[in-house]
Design a protein around this ligand. Structure first.
Ligand code: SF4
Length: 348
């Protein structure tokens, strides 16, 4: 159950029962058009459905026009403080504007953004986060609690609704996983607007992927959330990969290769980690569902390998290569990944 309302961001619809969309944000200087476009193309290849770019200055806002001509996915302009940059980004063709009304608080300035977004027929994401809570709410709640964040967001929602602007996407971000979960549960009860979910500043991939999987995973399992962004201190392509792994784990995305591998133990015969990593890397481009199992021995391995579309169970020198539950042939362990990959049609 996603939110009832749907919102169109370029050609992508979120909410209203549509599949959860995976998005990311570039970390190039937006006005460096060549680098930004190159990164967005890598994101597109990884399956990113919506991309956000930072708009810290006029040059970046104006760059949107050219960037958009060279990419396929919808582009969101991320605006802080300067409402004029939002106006320029809309003029340049942004498919959505992301603002934090907490730092563009003047009603007249927000009114200007609303007016131009309405004319351009594009949505606005209102994002609040624990770092920019209004002073009065901080005083009232003592800390940026889930309730405080929701009160802040609802205040902004009412302002937009008063201006008859309902083309909205909402987000609440906290670095605390539990606060984020609680805040989303509260906001999901109060509104029907599509929700952009994620754990902000989650950290380096090792920690950030886990925090995001827990936070985003709990919410999606409860039917809360329409688009996800995994925030990682890393190449944004990693964010997209982790995003899809979360969706796959929840059964919300069933396309592409799913590589399972055993944890290895004293019975292990082959370099399972190396084989599994190589297969994972080389099957990322696959679009159709394909389950692959890489198992370290012929004691417990064949069971799992048989269940998969393709599987390997390593023996001391040779591995059994399974296809749809049957041994296809024995292959040298040293060439096991190459032999398995031969069974998969190339992506391009
Ligand atoms: S499949 Fe074999 S090597 Fe892998 S964990 Fe199980 S028993 Fe150990």
């Amino acid at each position: 159950m996603t939110s009832k309302k749907s919102v169109k961001i370029g050609k992508v619809t979120i909410g209203g029962g549509k599949p959860v969309a995976v998005q990311s944000m570039t970390n190039t200087i937006t006005s460096d058009i060549a680098k930004t476009v190159a990164q967005i193309k890598r994101l597109e290849e990884a399956g990113c459905q919506i991309v956000r770019v930072a708009i810290p200055d006029e040059k970046s806002a104006r760059a949107i026009k050219t960037i958009k001509e060279k990419i396929k996915i919808p582009l969101i302009a991320d605006i802080h403080f300067n409402y004029k940059l939002a106006l320029l980004a809309i003029e340049a063709g942004a498919d959505k504007i992301r603002i934090n009304p907490g730092n563009i608080s003047h009603p007249k300035k927000l009114g200007e953004i609303i007016k131009e977004a309405r004319k351009a027929k594009i949505p606005i994401r209102i994002g609040v986060n624990s770092g920019s809570l209004e002073r009065d709410l901080l005083k009232k709640h003592k800390h940026p609690t889930a309730k405080a964040l929701v009160e802040s967001l609802m205040r902004h929602v009412r302002f937009f609704e008063k201006h008859n602007f309902k083309n909205l996407v909402l987000s609440i971000k906290s670095t605390s996983v539990t606060e984020t979960i609680e805040a989303h549960r509260l906001i999901a009860k109060k509104t029907n607007y599509p929700l952009h979910i994620g754990i902000t500043e989650a950290g380096i991939p090792e920690a950030g992927a886990v925090k995001s999987a827990v936070g985003i995973g709990v919410l999606l399992a409860e039917g809360i959330g329409d688009t996800i962004r995994v925030s990682l201190t890393a190449d944004p392509v990693e964010e997209v990969r982790v995003g899809y792994e979360i969706l796959k784990a929840l059964g919300l995305y069933q396309q592409g290769a799913d590589v399972i591998s055993c944890p290895t133990c004293g019975r292990m015969n082959g370099p399972v980690e190396k084989i599994a990593r190589e297969i994972y890397r080389k099957t990322r481009c696959i679009k159709k569902p394909l389950k692959i199992a890489v198992m370290g021995c012929e004691v417990n391995g064949p069971g799992e390998a048989k269940e998969a579309d393709l599987g390997l169970a390593c023996g001391p020198k040779f591995a059994s290569l399974f296809k749809k539950g049957k041994v296809l042939r024995k292959v040298p362990v040293s060439r096991a990944s190459q032999e398995l990959l031969k069974e998969i049609p190339p992506c391009k």
